[in-house]
Design a protein around this ligand. Structure first.
Ligand code: C2E
Ligand code: CA
Ligand code: CA
Length: 635
């Protein structure tokens, strides 16, 4: 064909509108309708930029052909840039879809490399077509462009077939609505391409590359604004925090909790007030609707910390509370200033729960440094605990076994001991159980910590026995929740066996639970372990929920009377009387009695009077590192 025939069916409109659309999308991305932090998302925004270059290249191609047809090199060059851009954008899109459908991670890298090679071969073959005469080339002053057998089209078809395979082959992994939408979009796009190719036109080719990308943006990444308050949703907040962190931006947060009760939505007027307040008060603020009635305003701070704090102060203390008079909805307003350790939504949630929980309704304040310090210490501890659990090392040096020798009243010597956990971490040193046990339970890492304690206790026991010390057993504390784990028994027994320690040298201390739920399971676990000879101690008797019947049914061996009972008995004859009778009843039923928290001679006398079997307390020894226990034992 003659050169002017190349664009006889071409209209600039298609590429101009594609380039403009790309530009607008990029603006939207900057304005936070979408966030660029999510890794996969960056592929999408890169693809948009590449498509934009492609559209411009095709416009350039048409211009060159029209106004300077004799510049053959430019004709090829613009065409090559155009085709390469489209293929690379398609490559990014293909990779993105591969991730989206949850393609197995271990095969992902290989697949990406293969697709990369295929696409780049396509690109090179396309560039070489003037030489190979396959595709778009010039011969004897005439131009040729084959309809289907050209590198560009072949590569395009391979990618489309692969995407179709992903959508159909992995259909279970992609939620139905997404899958169907993508299939419809791809079908439409393929139809346009076929029509275009058949008509030897490429007016709308670029837009067929853009349309699936737009679909992805809307379906997967859009963060719509609430039109009344101007807020975005919780996912947007999560992305925002990650984004701010990556860029090491300073962010202040204002958290507004409004008790909406049965009301389903924020009253319209209040929503508008919220909108004007945050829009006019801070230039760099964004508002998020964390959940019903909880709004989080994030303020990106560039300037001095003090000025920002003053502004926060007036907003929190003066501006926002005014509206309470008009709406009579209970509120809490909390500002977080300088909280650079908030690295993800979970952490923000934790600090919100922590700080809001300590506030009364209809109060507002800036979280104190002390509070944030305490909280960030807690966060650090949790990180360390999680790290310990992840590393899964039964000898982790951060977990320490301390122990407290227990005096046997029948023989007058120390022959058992209770193992007590501590963790020693960088920055804060030794941390005691009252700080971390609860949180370790909540985060479901307690059992791993316990296994480390069992391992280290067994090692110490083995050593003591080998060195000829007389030690009957060591008791280890467990949380009731751990027993629900179906592997509980084997986990414990395995460690005991690995350390070559006789099972009867290990005892388990349990505190009674509040509820009857899972009573059966706990009962079963205890029976299973008792068969091995493991002894059971009931911890903290006399606090909370002690229940005679259950003590008996659970098959405990030793009852540990809590220190609080001792203390009561010291000043109150009746309390003493009750304790003595409890102790007597247990003994008659065949249980052994241990008194804990014996700090003084006076308390010891009380216990002796109750016919105690074992005594434990500061009077004899504080908890000591297990390596020093030998000092208390007989050989
Ligand atoms: P607990 O099982 O009642 O342990 C006894 C606690 O009382 C220990 O505190 C011990 O240091 C303290 N104590 C001992 N003698 C006296 C005394 O004469 N006077 C006073 N006032 N206190 C005394 P610790 O080591 O801080 O442990 C606190 C709690 O943390 C333990 O209470 C136990 O419930 C829990 N805990 C400790 N280690 C572990 C563990 O490995 N796993 C689990 N799940 N919980 C543990
Ligand atoms: Ca205990
Ligand atoms: Ca206790």
């Amino acid at each position: 064909m003659r050169i002017e025939d190349l664009i006889s069916t071409y209209s600039y409109a298609g590429d101009i509108i594609s380039a403009i659309t790309c530009f607008v999308l990029l603006v939207l991305i900057r304005q936070a309708l979408f966030f660029t932090t999510e890794n996969d998302f960056r592929q999408v925004s890169k693809a948009i930029r590449i498509v934009m270059v492609g559209a411009l290249a095709n416009i350039a191609f048409a211009l060159v052909v029209t106004y300077m047809p004799s510049f053959t090199t430019f004709v090829f060059l613009t065409r090559d840039v155009y085709h390469s851009c489209l293929l690379w954008a398609l490559f990014l899109f293909t990779i993105y879809m591969t991730k989206l459908v949850g393609f197995p991670a271990n095969k992902f890298n290989t697949l990406r490399d293969i697709m990369g090679i295929i696409v780049n071969i396509g690109v090179i073959a396309d560039i070489l077509s003037p030489i190979t005469k396959i595709g778009f080339y010039k011969n004897d002053g005439l131009w040729y462009d084959s309809t289907y057998v050209k590198p560009f089209t072949v590569t395009y078809i391979i990618c489309m077939v692969f995407i179709a395979y992903l959508l159909l082959g992995y259909r279970k992994r992609l939620i139905k609505q997404l899958r169907i939408t993508f299939i419809i979009v791809e079908l439409v796009v393929a139809a346009v391409m076929i029509v275009e190719n058949t008509m030897d036109s490429n007016t709308f080719t670029t837009s067929t590359f853009l349309i699936p990308i737009i679909a992805v943006l809307i379906l997967v990444h859009s963060k719509p604004f609430d039109l009344i308050t101007g807020s975005m949703d919780k996912n947007a907040l999560a992305s925002f925090i990650k984004h701010a962190n990556k860029r090491e931006r300073n962010v202040d947060y204002v958290i507004l909790e409004i008790r909406l009760g049965d009301m389903r939505e924020l009253p319209l007027g209040l929503g508008r007030i919220l909108y004007t307040t945050w829009q006019t008060y801070f230039k760099n603020a964004m508002l998020f609707n964390y959940e019903k009635g909880i709004y989080v305003m994030a303020i990106r701070r560039h300037g001095a910390s003090d000025a920002a704090k003053a502004r926060l102060y007036s907003l929190v203390q003066e501006e926002l509370p005014i509206y309470y008079r008009d709406y009579m909805l209970d509120y809490k307003i909390l500002a977080l200033h300088d909280v650079d350790f908030v690295k993800n939504l979970d952490q923000l949630k934790d600090i919100m729960t922590y700080a809001l929980g300590r506030m009364d309704y209809n109060t507002s304040r800036i979280a104190t440094e002390d509070e944030i310090e305490r909280y960030s210490k807690m966060e650090y501890i949790v990180e360390q605990l999680q790290d310990i659990a992840e590393k899964s090392d039964l000898n982790d040096s951060r977990v320490k076994v301390y122990c407290q020798p227990v005096k046997n009243m029948h023989t007058g010597v120390f022959d058992t001991a209770e193992a007590l956990m501590r963790i020693e971490i960088p920055k804060y040193g030794m941390i005691y159980p009252d700080v971390f046990i609860k949180i370790a339970e909540q985060k479901k890492i307690i059992h791993f910590l316990s296994r480390i304690i069992v391992n280290k206790t067994c090692k110490a026991l083995r050593q003591l026995l080998d060195d000829g010390y007389k030690i009957e057993r060591m008791s280890i504390n467990f949380s009731l929740d751990e027993l629900r784990d179906s592997n509980f028994c084997s986990n414990i027994i395995d460690i005991i066996h690995e350390n070559n320690v006789p099972e009867e040298r290990i005892a388990i201390e349990l505190t009674e639970g509040q509820s009857d739920s899972d009573y059966e399971i706990i009962h079963d676990r205890i029976s299973a372990l008792k068969k091995y000879g493991i002894k059971f101690y009931l911890d903290d008797f006399g606090t909370g929920y002690s229940n005679f019947e259950r003590v008996m049914k659970l098959g405990m061996d030793v009852v540990k009377i809590d220190r609080s009972m001792l203390i009561y008995s010291l000043g109150d004859k009746r309390a003493w009387y009750i304790m003595k009778h409890f102790a007597g009843a247990f003994k008659e039923l065949g249980y052994e009695i241990l008194f804990e928290g014996v700090e003084s001679e006076e308390l010891e006398d009380l216990c002796v009077d109750c016919d105690a079997d074992y005594l434990q307390g500061y009077k004899f020894s504080k908890p000591i590192p297990v390596e020093e226990l030998w000092k208390y034992l007989e050989r």
